[in-house]
Design a protein around this ligand. Structure first.
Ligand code: PAP
Length: 341
């Protein structure tokens, strides 16, 4: 069990950069980081003061950029790795819970399951935060990432490489969820970011790991090209037919539910355990915290807000809805991917 619960906090990055793992590589990455940082385009940050644009994606200048550079340069993937990939606020927490429960369903009982005492983010490592602490992990390693598919090193993509489960969500719900969440994490000395401002930035693609549409399209195309390696799920379809999606997830991961399991209600047990109602009411998710970095500590309860489809629209004006829908149609045109609302 313990091996499944490494600290997912970004301090491990500092450990890396302090040279405890491979001082030569650390030094090289640090030098490269210091060299490129001043020349990167800057945009307004949601949680931090600024974001920087690196290889077309907007990142926090410290942990996210360093994490990406480290993964690109030095991560050693294994063909059995399972990556849960997402753009922030699209359903990551739920996907982590469902996948962790699905692949470990014969290992843990539902009455004393780790998810009852650990926030889903604490059940598996975040790749960008601890890429070096993963070597001793038993396979298959279950990891999570926010890195866009197109920026992953070749060693991680394509046939015979890692498998990815990607979750995406209607951009209006993502924007609003992200705006509310980021303002909670925004340091007190920075004025809160208004919805109008967040909307403009989001539409311009300036948000962590944005542009959102590029992020989604990268994984969508990969799911079409290599369906055995990349499974794309929508938050909305999970809401509508969770049991169908959980069964698909089990099959994709090579852990299909047997008829016996189905008749015993194992799929339903997993859905119940991972439901918004259950997780959001657990003591650990009501009152404990998750340390994302030395500066950023998040109350677990912030990962569980409403968990509804379409809630974003109640915050946005008609013009905002029209504009974001137009951008979405334009960006996804011809891709075959649609968001219905
Ligand atoms: P993260 O990027 O901080 O990990 P992520 O989990 O991707 O966030 O998304 C959070 C959203 O998922 C929240 O949506 P909301 O703001 O619109 O409410 C959160 O409420 C929702 N969520 C979290 N857990 C669940 C769950 N078990 N079932 C359904 N939705 C959930």
């Amino acid at each position: 069990m313990d091996s499944f619960l490494p600290s997912p906090d970004c301090d491990t990055i500092s450990k890396t950069y302090n040279g405890q793992i491979d001082s030569h590589l650390v030094q090289k990455t640090n030098e490269r980081y210091r060299e490129i940082l001043p020349n990167l385009p800057r945009g307004k940050g949601w949680m931090t003061e600024h974001l920087v644009q690196y290889q077309g994606v907007w990142l926090t200048p410290n942990a996210a950029l360093k994490g990406l550079m480290w993964v690109q340069g030095h991560f050693k993937p294994q063909s059995t790795d399972i990556l849960l990939a997402s753009f922030p606020k699209t359903g990551t927490t739920w996907l982590k819970a469902l996948t962790f429960a699905t692949i470990n369903r014969t290992r843990y009982g539902f009455a004393d399951h780790p998810l009852l005492t650990t926030v889903p983010h604490g059940c598996l490592p975040f790749l960008e935060a601890c890429p070096n602490d993963l070597d001793g992990f038993p396979s298959p390693r279950l990891l999570s990432t926010h890195i866009p598919y197109t920026l992953l090193p070749n060693s991680m993509t394509g046939n015979q490489s890692c498998r990815f489960v990607y979750i995406c969500r209607d951009p209006k719900d993502v924007l609003v969820s992200k705006w509310l969440f980021m303002n909670k994490l925004r340091p007190k000395e920075l004025a809160p970011i208004s919805l109008e401002e967040a909307f403009e930035l989001f539409c311009q693609g300036i948000s962590h790991y944005g542009p959102y549409w590029d992020h989604v399209l990268g994984y969508w195309k990969a799911s079409l090209e290599t369906p055995e390696q990349v499974l794309l799920l929508k938050y909305e379809e999970l809401k509508e037919e969770p049991s169908v999606v959980v069964k698909r997830l089990g099959e994709f991961l090579g852990h299909p539910f047997s008829l016996e399991e189905e008749s015993k209600g194992v799929v339903e047990e997993i859905m119940k355990l991972c439901s918004f109602e259950n997780l959001s009411n657990l003591g650990v998710n009501k009152s404990s915290v998750l340390k994302l970095s030395t500066q950023i500590i998040v109350d677990n309860r912030h990962f569980f807000r409403k968990g509804k489809v379409g809630d974003g629209k109640s915050y946005l004006t008609d013009e905002m809805i029209k504009r974001i829908n137009e951008i979405t149609s334009e960006k996804l045109l011809g891709s075959g991917l649609v968001f219905d609302s």
